[in-house]
Ligand binder design. Structure first.
Ligand code: GLC
Length: 472
């Protein structure tokens, strides 16, 4: 009898295994955010995010009060790390909250700036490493409603504005590092008051707060963005993952939860991986100057041209671009950020078709290989967009994004399996472009003058939906 049931179990296990291999087996991997999801369900869940391509990161919190200075001395490094970098004692750091009164905060204007730039989602710091909750919470007094003269929850207004503009709202939440509520510090602690049990912090602060941010904002958040998993083990991470699965199974989460959880998206920071992440969804997050959280003395702004070309580069490698804005303690987005967003928006109005809903270049290789650089703090910084062009696709379409317009008017492409029916400029659709297609390749005769000094898009309409390069 015993033996028989053992056999049955054995056969059932084999059968399940075979089914799994044969086709759409549920992803039963513990380290995925949704263990019972099929690949088709996953594609459906990820669809809006994959199409969106461009989002706004917002780092906003109490660190915008010191804005890079402690006792009148400039503190090097990224602004939101000032408490750790300058080893500011907890009691002293908490005084900054009294000066955090963002009376000029206008959620509508922020979301409109993002939408006008062509951004389809926003991810804002609901709590960064300093542990300060930018939302109404019952789990800690260290929050914007109870510890500041502002005394309101700005995430509520952002959720309303995001709904109005059709922009998705996501929350960043520092689940592991928390320098004021007894969480981890990735570097040595600097204040005795920080000594605390990490498990108590997870149970009494992180878990209840994640429940709050997942429950109190209507249709949002659409994204949960974890960070720096110092001190996370599988048990701690699982507690947070369980809350997410239970309350918002369709959310998209990144790969920074820790404890072996892979999440949905890779998150290269301040660089563009030369070949993207084949087989994984990914999102490059980058600053516009050299800091995430506002610093009054950081004026090292990237040009709008660099930002536009980064977006094209990322799209050509199949990723998303999460571009940061660090608002002030008054609640204003820095003017240089707004100026750049407006420029990108102008470009996107004409050329967005080459970005939204596209897939990576079919030409492969290291087309547009990233040249890594270091920023002032030794982090991987901007890539140079020295290469000449990028490419994205949709079924039956190729978009050639040309950075440096050919002076002789000729643009050469490798051979394709399908026929090019038509070539046209997104900026001047009526203008005709002659196409010469042969076994050897494709040659386009472009107008002498480029339609856009930064990036001009030529759309190729193809005879087949499947876009394939001819190999010899
Ligand atoms: C880092 C930093 C953090 C920033 C984040 C953005 O991990 O710790 O300050 O929020 O990157 O990706």
């Amino acid at each position: 009898m015993k033996n028989k049931s053992f056999k049955t179990l054995f056969v059932l296990t084999l059968l399940a295994g075979a089914l799994c291999v044969s086709s759409h087996c549920a992803i039963a991997n513990e380290t995925n955010s949704l263990p019972t999801e099929t690949p088709a369900q996953r594609d459906a869940r990820m669809a809006w995010w994959r199409d969106a391509k461009f989002g706004m990161f917002i780092h906003w919190g109490v660190y915008s009060v010191p804005a890079g200075f402690y006792h009148d001395k400039a503190v090097s490094g990224i602004g939101e790390w000032i408490m750790c970098r300058a080893k500011i004692p907890m009691a002293e750091y908490q005084q900054y909250a009294k000066e955090f009164n963002p009376v000029k905060f206008d959620a509508d204007a922020w979301v409109k700036a993002a939408a006008d730039a062509g951004m389809k989602y926003i991810v804002i710091t609901s709590k960064h490493h300093d542990g300060f909750a930018m939302f109404d919470t019952k789990a800690s007094l260290w929050n914007i409603v109870q510890a500041t003269p502002f005394a309101k929850d700005p995430l509520k207004d952002l959720a309303t504005a995001c709904h109005k503009y059709g922009v998705k709202l996501g929350f960043y939440y520092s689940q592991a590092q928390d320098w004021n509520n007894g969480g981890a510090t990735c570097e040595a602690r600097w204040d005795k008051a920080q000594e605390h049990s990490m498990d108590d912090y997870i149970d009494q602060v992180a878990v209840p707060q994640v429940k709050e941010i997942l429950s109190n904002y209507g249709e949002f958040p659409a994204v949960l963005w974890w960070d720096t998993p110092c001190g996370m083990n599988q048990e701690r991470a699982r507690k947070l993952n369980d809350v997410v699965k239970q309350l918002r199974p369709n959310i998209i989460m990144n790969n920074r939860l820790g404890g072996g959880f892979k999440g949905d998206t890779e998150t290269p920071e301040q660089h563009i991986p030369p070949r993207g992440f084949p087989g994984r969804d990914w999102e490059s997050c980058m600053t516009m100057n050299d800091t995430w959280g506002f610093k009054s003395n950081d004026n090292n702004w990237k040009s709008a041209a660099t930002i536009i070309r980064n977006l094209c580069d990322i799209a050509s490698k199949g990723g998303n671009y999460l571009l940061n804005v660090g608002p002030t303690s008054q609640g204003l987005m820095p003017q240089p950020s707004l100026d750049r967003l407006a420029e990108v928006g102008k470009w996107m109005k004409v050329n967005g078709e080459a970005i939204y809903g596209t897939k990576a270049t079919p030409f492969g290789g290291e087309l547009g290989a990233a040249v890594k650089a270091k920023d002032g703090y030794g982090n991987d910084a901007m890539v140079s967009s020295a290469n000449n062009w990028r490419c994205t696709t949709k079924p039956g379409e190729i978009y050639l994004i040309i950075f440096n317009w050919p002076t002789d008017g000729t643009f050469e492409l490798p051979a394709l399996k399908t026929k090019v029916l038509k070539a046209s400029l997104l900026a001047a659709p009526a203008q005709s472009i002659a196409v010469h297609q042969s076994e050897a390749g494709i040659s386009l005769s472009l107008p002498v003058k480029s339609p856009d000094a930064v990036a001009s898009v030529v759309r190729l309409d193809l005879a087949d939906k499947i876009v394939e390069v001819k190999k010899d």
